[in-house]
Every structure is written in structure tokens, then in C-alpha cells.
Design a protein around this ligand. Structure first.
Ligand code: CA
Length: 177
């Protein structure tokens, strides 16, 4: 009797040690934002950019750099890498800047036909100026294209050194058409 009980206890303990790490991993995976490569390290942009000041994402991989110039050298002068993948990419990037006049950190994106939540990139309610690439862009106050829609000029190749009044540090999701 006592041997059976001990066996049950051992089995339960073994089961618990297997289940707990799995659920902890699942919880961590859910809260993970965009993982980027920065100087040989992998960083979660939704947690911190660290010393990175320019990040570029093609919808599959994200790479970060200390300066916009370094990022431009990597991406070949603001043209999308043209990666063959499941994501449609614009031929040139949309650039969002943390500060007015294209200053502060810059995030560039090119994935088309999908809402991109900026919180994944640690860029929620952060955009203060922007340059649109070869494809028209749409900016939204809410996540997943939640209205209102940003009323300023966001057509192909448009740019703005400041946001429309009331929209500084407000954009939460974007769509590239
Ligand atoms: Ca917002």
C-alpha cells in the first residue's frame, strides 16, 4: 500500500516538473514582441531597444543598428531587401521616427496588406514624424487598425516632420497598402 502511494507521488512529481516549465514557456511566448538581431544579440523590441536607434523589419526578420546610416547601408539605401517569403513587401520602406524632424530612433517597415501593431516593436504611441515609402500607408490610433485613422498625408512618398495636431505620440498600428 505504502509502495503504491509512494509510486503515485513520484509519478505526480515527475508530471508536475514536466508541466510547469512548459506552461512557463508558453506564457513567455505570448508576451514576446518582435525579436531583433542587434550586434550579435537577440533583443525583444517590445521590452527595450537598448542602444539600438534604427530597426528594420521585412515581416520575417528584424535587424537593428546604432544609427540610421548603418541601417541604410544594410538595407541598400532604403530599398526593401526583396526577400522571398510569405509576406508581400513594398519596394521601399515606411519610416517612423520617435522625434520630430526625422529624429530620435527610427523603425522601418515594408510588409503590405496587414495591420502591424507598433507595440510589438516597442513603438506604440511614439511616432512624431515619418517618411512613407513607395506604397501608401495608413496610421491608426488603436491596435489592429482601430479608428480613428490618422488624417494627415500618408500617400506614397509623402513625409511629415511633425504630426497633425493631436497626433503626436499617438499612432498604435499601421497598414501598408
Ligand atoms: Ca494610440
Amino acid at each position: 500500500m505504502s509502495i503504491i502511494r509512494r509510486r503515485v507521488t513520484i509519478l505526480l512529481t515527475a508530471a508536475m516538473t514536466m508541466i510547469i516549465p512548459l506552461s512557463a514557456t508558453a506564457a513567455r511566448a505570448e508576451s514576446t514582441g518582435a525579436l531583433a538581431t542587434f550586434e550579435g544579440q537577440v533583443i525583444d523590441l517590445s521590452v527595450s531597444w537598448g542602444k539600438a536607434r534604427a530597426c528594420t523589419s521585412d515581416g520575417v526578420t528584424t535587424q537593428c543598428f546604432r544609427t540610421e546610416a548603418e541601417m541604410d547601408r544594410f538595407t541598400g539605401n532604403s530599398t526593401s531587401a526583396g526577400r522571398v517569403g510569405t509576406m508581400a513587401a513594398c519596394s521601399s520602406y515606411l519610416r517612423l521616427y520617435r522625434s520630430t524632424s526625422y529624429g530620435g530612433a527610427v523603425l522601418q517597415l515594408a510588409t503590405r496588406y496587414t495591420y502591424i501593431n507598433l507595440s510589438l516593436y516597442g513603438f506604440d504611441n511614439d511616432t512624431s514624424s515619418y517618411r512613407v515609402g513607395a506604397c501608401p500607408a495608413y496610421f491608426y490610433d488603436g491596435a489592429n487598425g482601430g479608428t480613428p485613422l490618422y488624417p494627415g498625408a500618408t500617400g506614397a512618398n509623402s513625409s511629415a516632420s511633425t504630426m497633425v495636431t493631436g497626433w503626436d505620440n499617438r499612432v498604435s498600428s499601421i497598414y501598408i497598402g
